[in-house]
Unconditional design. Structure first.
Length: 138
């Protein structure tokens, strides 16, 4: 069995952004040479998320609106912010949207269902952060 590791780096313009990273993950899979196995994609920050869904702008706006309605960026609401931070909401948003994804690799391709794409979700942006891609298999 082989393994392959790569990091992607992001510095978003907005505090909350969703970025389709499917092309970068597919490129990494090709670089790995692995044809059968698993691909893990994981943000290495506790205020970011990786999730799979449709690449449809209305859906992404709905996510942002829903997250801000139920988990607003209001530093006075979160005890975490008493430490001097202002990102308590970002930690909770990450928990709701999920930490990581694992996608099957079949015949050298990500084995997706219809419309599925991989997204990096940023909830405390405007600073440099990274994503780990780890592929194992043969």
């Amino acid at each position: 069995m082989k393994s392959y590791r790569k990091e992607l780096w992001f510095n978003t313009q907005e505090r909350i952004e969703f970025i389709n990273i499917t092309p970068e993950v597919e490129k990494t899979l090709r670089e790995s040479g692995i044809k059968e196995g698993l691909c893990l994609v994981n943000p290495m920050h506790i205020t970011a998320s990786i999730f799979i869904n449709d690449d449809e702008s209305g859906l992404h706006e709905d996510y942002k609106k829903w997250l801000e309605k139920y988990i607003p960026h209001n530093p006075e609401l979160y005890k975490h912010n008493f430490t001097g931070e202002t990102n308590g909401d970002a930690h909770i948003k990450r928990q709701v949207m999920g930490r990581e994804v694992v996608v099957a690799v079949t015949n050298g391709k990500l084995d997706f269902g219809p419309w599925e794409q991989i997204f990096y979700g940023e909830f405390d942006g405007q600073r440099k952060k990274r994503v780990l891609i780890k592929i194992i298999g043969e």
